[in-house]
Design a protein around this ligand. Sequence first.
Ligand code: SF4
Length: 276
Amino acid sequence: MATGSAIEWTEATWNPSTGCTKISPGCKNCYAEKLSKRLKAMGVKKYKNNFEFTEHPDDIELPLKWKKSKKIFVNSMSDLFHEKSRMEFIASCFHTMIQADWHTYQVLTKRSHIMAEFSNYFQTYFGDVMPPHIWMGVSVENEDHVWRIDELRKVKCHTRFISFEPLIGPVGKINLKSIDWAIIGGESGYKFRDVEEKWILDIIKQCKKQNVSVFFKQWGGIRPKSRGRTIQNRIYNEYPKIKKLKNFLKDIEFDEKLFAQKCVEKNQKIKRPLTI
Ligand code: SF4
């Protein structure tokens, strides 16, 4: 886990898995891919497989060791819901998030259908939806990927967010029902694709109309902070309003094998096989 993060909307990163595969235009200049290559070249053991999806079981319990409350971005170097990620492994990560409930977790994916599917398994095992301190989010880079918001609404959880970053096109009219938070940001890096002000303002306007908190992260440019984060003389620094609920799931013990068995027993329509 990295304590401290340059990403404005979080405070730390935790990578129980690393590596990924590009699946949509937002992935074109993936920062995690570049950084993985650099870390491998530097001899960092965790990145010996470069950008190949890899589970790191030794890192699953890291947030439990971090006593001070933080906002934690889960998997800044991967996608927790990657096709190669075992459902039991994902569930182990969620068990840690349930136990270390003094933190807030920001779980972001482009594989919204797998996230939604996993949330069914989660409910089967834990007997409830994901608690409010675990924020579930999808990335939407342009109009062609707005459908991920509908998938996000299927995720059985309390807190939902959208990351419109890197914003590479307009998103059109969006339904933000049951969405709590939106992050907006232009692309950064040498090959950045420029964001237009009207695309950003259109999202902000729709968020305000539909009562969604807004965090405008950056304009983007060669460096993330090249052009700041002020838009029309304003900085949008809002966070979602979170329900305060007792965490009843904390007493539930977790076992990967039992998780897989319970899901197979209860769920007749498993699309992705578990590993039992
Ligand atoms: S989903 Fe995220 S981590 Fe994976 S390739 Fe795309 S941008 Fe990179």
